[in-house]
Design a protein around this ligand. Structure first.
Ligand SMILES: NC(=O)c1ccc[n+]([C@@H]2O[C@H](COP(=O)([O-])OP(=O)(O)OC[C@H]3O[C@@H](n4cnc5c(N)ncnc54)[C@H](OP(=O)(O)O)[C@@H]3O)[C@@H](O)[C@H]2O)c1
Length: 334
């Protein structure tokens, strides 16, 4: 039966992408309600050839809603998600608010779809964007030989930080073109022509919160607390598309051929790997706007026998956020 779908944060980068994905996948919605902060009252957002009026996200607005896709940050999700769930909606939240709650499943449909059915709070969490694309690529390897250790370096796009961050990157590039010193407001330092680690520090003061998300969320999604994850998260001056260099060690030695074969069969993965060829590996510019997780440079490690190295690229706004959320909605309504 068609569902009433609310999109909370509909004016944001992820919310707008959710509307596009709902439309492109012909999600069976009888009605789509775009919600945002009171600042957006009077604005409209495009959906299915029409302009939909944006309304304030207040608890009463969730009466009669079947699916509530949240992408309005953790503070809003903490307050409003339980109120939407209490009114009968299945909440699918993109923020970090609920991800590690033991009563909230953390779901990537290609990896752990079965977890979506057990949702005692009526809330399902969408993992962090960097974690999603990594676990889609890791799951077939985990199934082959049980992963013991992952070392990952991320190259994360500005759009992972929302609308204002993309505007700042664009404006900084224009300022540099004019020979001016770029203004810095959203990022902690200039992002154009630079690399920045811009996430909040974790409590110990050595790691970032983003890095710890990759550790804990990977274990929860793959259902294995023994997996060691060593992340370094870096923001790069790319608009859209996160990239990751991943080194994997398993319980038994793997060959690149076996990993390539497993990844070639894996749902949601496109292997782009003809050995090393300049300019022929997965690149964020080409992956932006696309659905798959692209994997290339599948290599046996030079120094650690049996270990494998990968290069993984995906659109952080689609598979890293909006697409994954809509796929979860498809799971719970099918
Ligand atoms: N960008 C990514 O790649 C990505 C990936 C995974 C997860 N996420 C998560 O998704 C969420 C949104 O990210 P984004 O990139 O779309 O950010 P964004 O572009 O800054 O958009 C934020 C959205 O939240 C809405 N909002 C803010 N305060 C609100 C309130 N009090 N009540 C209702 N709505 C409110 C905003 O509405 P107004 O326009 O009215 O202010 C806007 O629609 C964040 O939790 C983020 O961590 C983002």
């Amino acid at each position: 039966m068609p569902s009433v779908v609310a999109v909370v944060g509909a004016t944001g980068l992820v919310g707008r992408e959710m509307l596009r994905v709902l439309e492109q996948r012909r999600f069976p919605a009888s009605r789509v309600l775009p919600l945002a902060s009171p600042r957006s009252a009077g604005k409209t957002v495009p959906f299915a050839g029409k302009e939909l009026q944006v309304e304030p996200a207040v608890p009463e607005r969730f009466e009669g809603v079947d699916i509530a896709l949240f992408s309005a940050g953790a503070t809003v999700a903490r307050e409003l998600a339980p109120q939407a769930a209490a009114r009968g909606a299945v909440v699918i939240d993109n923020s970090s608010a609920w991800r590690m709650d033991p009563q909230v499943p953390l779901v990537v449909p290609e990896v752990n779809p079965q977890h979506a059915a057990d949702r005692p709070k009526g809330i399902i969490a969408n993992p962090n964007c960097s974690t999603i694309q990594m676990v889609v690529a890791l799951k077939p390897i985990h199934d082959l030989a049980r992963i013991r250790h992952v070392v990952v370096s991320t190259y994360q796009a500005a759009s992972g930080k929302g609308n204002a961050a993309v505007e700042e990157l664009d404006e900084q590039m224009r300022a540099i073109g004019r020979g001016e010193t770029p203004a810095v407001a959203v990022f902690p330092s200039q992002i154009a022509q630079n690399l920045v680690m811009d996430w909040k520090p974790a409590q110990d003061g050595f790691w970032s919160e983003e890095e710890l998300k990759m550790v804990h969320e990977t274990r929860k999604i793959l259902g294995d607390d023994t997996i060691a994850v060593t992340p370094t998260c870096v923001r790069v001056p790319v608009a859209t598309g996160h990239s990751e260099a991943i080194h994997v060690q398993c319980d038994r030695p793997l060959t690149a051929a076996a990993v390539k074969a497993a990844l070639s069969r894996a749902p949601g993965v496109v292997v782009q790997d003809d050995g090393y060829a300049p300019g022929r590996h997965p690149q964020p510019l080409a992956c932006a706007g696309q659905d798959p997780v692209y994997v290339g440079r599948i290599r046996e490690d030079l120094c650690v026998p049996g270990a494998i190295n990968l290069w993984v690229v995906s659109d952080n706004l689609r598979k890293g956020a909006a697409l994954n959320a809509v796929q979860i909605a498809e799971l719970v309504t099918s």
